[in-house]
Design a binder for this molecule. Structure first.
Ligand code: G1P
Length: 284
């Protein structure tokens, strides 16, 4: 059994960058090929041995709940027909996972979304997946890799990081790192202690070009810290700011994951991801 039992998905956001498509459809329901982004995320959590999905949702996102539920009419219609196989993947997800939901009342940032999920998580370490960041791997998924690392550092939070160009640092949480003493040889080039982290820095103030991507393992002490974290200039509570308090105590690890990641929160990244998966499936 894994020490991480729950995965939180903050999906209450408006999807502004995708308007007008997101006016009535949650962006997490946009498909990469035939599968919604959120289902890709849930399948990644399942592949990492996590069966309980904690979804922080919002107004106008009911399609998400319906997606991860049985659709009796559809099931009945397709039963014993040549089309039944189309339901295989989603049936598998519904069978293996539990889904609990809580609504974020106001859009006050990722930190607030994670705080809202506290009631679903309780007092245990948990994973977070931002489904906008779609990851592809030939081997273990990014979350599975992080859970493996968490076994050696159960008291630490872990964030997935990758290098971005100088021009892009302002879109991400950026970290400053140093080597971890006595780290296992196979992790030497992959896991580092975070000494500083800044949310969406200017190029000038950016401590590096190592960006946080949407995969986290968080220890439950984050909830108390989030409560004390001040909102930023836009009135949003940032998980990066809360994590900095733990980083100062040497309790946050940056993990350079193996695999590819696509920013599906932007139209361009979404198209790139679609092309990548279409090619991988031999469709184009
Ligand atoms: C959030 C986090 C940021 C992180 C990013 C990854 O930003 O606040 O630290 O780098 O996700 O996608 P958002 O994309 O929600 O603005």
């Amino acid at each position: 059994m894994t020490a991480i039992n729950k995965c939180l998905f903050p999906v209450a956001g408006y999807g502004t960058r995708f308007l007008p498509a997101t006016k009535a459809i949650p962006k997490e329901m946009f498909p990469i090929l035939n599968k919604p982004l959120l289902q890709h995320g849930v399948e990644e959590a399942l592949s990492a041995g996590i069966n309980n999905m904690a979804i922080v949702t919002g107004r106008g996102k009911r399609a998400i709940e319906d997606h991860f539920d049985n659709a009796f009419e559809l099931e009945a219609q397709l039963k014993n027909t040549p089309n039944e196989h189309y339901l295989k993947d989603i049936r598998n997800v519904i069978e293996k996972a539990t889904f609990s939901y809580v609504r974020q009342k106001k859009m006050l940032g990722l930190g607030d979304a994670i705080s809202t999920g506290k009631t679903l998580i309780g007092n245990e370490a948990f994973a977070v997946i931002l489904p906008d960041d779609l990851c592809a791997n030939s081997g273990d998924s990014v979350l599975a890799q992080m859970i493996e690392l968490h076994k050696d550092y159960p008291d630490c939070c872990i964030v997935a990081v990758e290098e971005v160009s100088k021009e892009e640092v302002g879109k991400y949480g950026i970290v400053e790192i140093e080597a971890i003493s006595n780290i296992a040889k196979n992790m030497q080039n992959f896991a580092f202690k975070i000494t500083n982290m800044i949310e969406k820095p200017t190029q000038k103030e950016s401590p590096s070009n190592l960006a946080i991507i949407g995969r986290y393992i968080l220890t439950p002490d984050i909830f108390d810290i989030l409560e004390k974290t001040n909102p930023d200039n836009n009135g949003e509570i940032q998980i990066t700011d809360a994590l900095l308090a733990l980083a100062k105590k040497g309790k946050v690890i940056a993990y350079k994951f193996k695999g590819k990641r696509f920013d599906c929160g932007s139209v361009k990244g979404f198209v790139v991801a679609t092309n990548y998966f279409a090619k991988a499936e031999g469709l184009i």
